[in-house]
Design a protein around this ligand. Structure first.
Ligand code: PAF
Length: 287
């Protein structure tokens, strides 16, 4: 595995892969790997000849009061994990190289970024889109892999790729969970023991919504109310950021489920802000 720090080396190397008729899969990450990242890498490895993993805690996607400074880091362990999954290139750029002092261009998808997580993180997706487009341009990746835990992120990136004709195919992977249902996240380390005990109830609430839909309920408010009632009992330490039922592709709110829909949420538990989602099979097509 080559560890590369400069942008020019990355683009030169990726150009040489393409010249040798080798396809490239990019897995963009912010590090502190868990089994969810490992799944993205393992899958990415099967998609292309060369697997490029970027590890960059992107400052422009963090708001002023967010956890940029404290974001967990362990580059040595991360390098070993990436290598063990057949990563060919680990890209570890410096923030000052990714964003020069006169950086002035931003990628925005306003309709999809000002809702759900975008309500409490107004600049987040602008930073994500900008850094991911830079990574796409540097690598000219044929494929890129993202996790479905960040459902809004992957939906926005797919729209960006479609609208800007970026020649990359985005693939997604199902959320990897702890045995008790909690979605894996690098930020789970922020949870205290008591918060950790309550956290699995987030996904349990979403599963209860899915069961209700399977039984025939189609009214979004009734489905959300059930989840909120359960959470009020099971997550007394939690503070709701949002719980919405939306179209899985354009993320617009759904009042009555005529098609399969997505229930997405963010719940604050102590220092952690946990996001999760579940598909609601209103057409009976989801397992
Ligand atoms: O999902 C993440 O870890 C980040 O948002 C990403 C896609 C690596 C961009 O910084």
């Amino acid at each position: 595995m080559q560890i590369i720090k400069t942008l020019s080396e990355l683009s030169e190397l990726c150009r040489s892969f393409h010249q040798a008729q080798q396809s490239i899969c990019l897995v963009p990450t912010m590090g502190y790997y868990h089994a969810g990242h490992e799944d993205l890498m393992q899958y990415g490895r099967t998609l292309a000849d060369k697997l490029v993993v970027s590890l960059f805690v992107n400052p422009t996607q963090f708001g002023p009061a967010e956890d940029l400074e404290n974001y967990p880091k362990d580059h040595e362990r991360d390098s070993r994990i990436a290598e063990s999954h057949g990563c060919d290139v680990l890209f570890l750029p410096d923030a000052a190289d990714m964003y020069t002092a006169d950086h002035a261009t931003w990628v925005e998808v306003p309709k999809m970024t000002k809702i759900l997580c975008g309500l409490s993180r107004p600049i987040h997706f602008r930073g994500v889109c900008t850094v991911v487009l830079k990574l796409f341009n540097l690598t000219q990746a044929d494929y890129a892999v993202f996790g479905e835990k960040d459902w809004q992120q992957q939906a926005i990136l797919k729209k960006m790729v479609e609208d800007l004709n970026v020649p990359v195919t985005i693939k997604t992977r199902a959320t990897v969970r702890e045995a008790d249902g909690l979605a894996l996240s690098s930020r789970n380390v922020y949870l205290t023991a008591e918060e950790r005990k309550q956290a699995p109830a987030i996904y349990a609430g979403l599963c209860a919504a899915r069961t209700l839909v399977k039984k025939g309920e189609r009214n979004a408010k009734k489905i959300k109310d059930l989840v909120l009632q359960k959470w009020a009992v099971d997550i007394p330490l939690g503070r709701l950021d949002y719980l919405n039922i939306v179209d899985p592709y354009n993320l617009e709110n759904v009042e009555y489920l005529e098609q399969d829909a997505l229930m997405a949420c963010a719940v604050r538990l102590g220092k952690a802000r946990l996001i999760d989602n579940i598909l609601l099979p209103a057409c009976g097509t989801q397992a």
